[in-house]
Design a protein around this ligand. Sequence first.
Ligand SMILES: O=P(O)(O)OC[C@H]1O[C@H](O)[C@H](O)[C@@H](O)[C@@H]1O
Length: 293
Amino acid sequence: MSQGAGQAATVSLRNSVGSKLEVAKHGAHVLTWSPGVNEESVLFVSPAAKFGPQDAIRGGIPICFPQFGPRGALEQHGFCRKNNDWAIAKQDEKSVEFELKDSESTRASAWPHTFQVNYLVELTDEGNLATKMKVKNTGSEQFTFTCALHTYFGVGDISSTSVEGLRGCEYEDSLQGGKVLQEQEDAIRFEGEVDRVYGPTPQGDESGEDGEGTAEIEIKDQSHKRRICIFKSSSFPDAVVWNPWIEKSQKMADLPDDAYKRFVCVEVGAIRQPVSLQPQQEWEASQAISVKS
Ligand SMILES: O=P(O)(O)OC[C@H]1O[C@H](O)[C@H](O)[C@@H](O)[C@@H]1O
């Protein structure tokens, strides 16, 4: 574990081709990921991000669990992303597995269940970022949850960025009170705030667990002349597309007013239909990300 500058205690991983990533123990929060040697991180972290013990870090990959957004009685996006009780269950040179169990504070929350979350973060030999999330009901009563990996992807300029792969998919438009619509475009472009929960999204081939194969969703980052390919398992049936644009950014203390120009969130998750687990039942879902020119 090392202490990143101004950040929580972090774990750094490297592979033989010089790819690297950094994960904060706080929230099991992936902060940076660089697939190639001496490349900048593909993930966006706000220059005004806060790293205190009670803070949700603005950027990287926050884990939203056991509740996505305001869809329940917990605080926005649930307690996981701010939780300091994540332990390191396993670690080797190219992967680290974090583990979070229920605690006095979670049992005192509006979601008082006994559970275990395991979150595996891996740097593949090709330099892709592979993550797997497992949730186990370790109690004696059924519970439900919603969740997402809330990934902030860095882009050169949001105005020349598009998100592809969601044509024909149903979505809830948060800017229209959750009205359900169907995506008509091959490419989603950004000329203002976008906040949509798509799902179930068209499924690529499940072989994408290592970031190779046919991506479900692609971010075309024209300014950096690259495609960011997102693969997700069918147990993450949904994907949120979000950019706050300027008005919402001006209301966010941990985001500079013009920072919206340099990121887009595509957040794979199980959101529209909560996941239900019987006692001792386990659920798992994975996301892999790769970058192609
Ligand atoms: O500010 P946060 O609690 O991190 O939420 C940031 C954003 O997360 C998701 O993208 C939601 O769809 C948005 O409605 C929300 O504004």
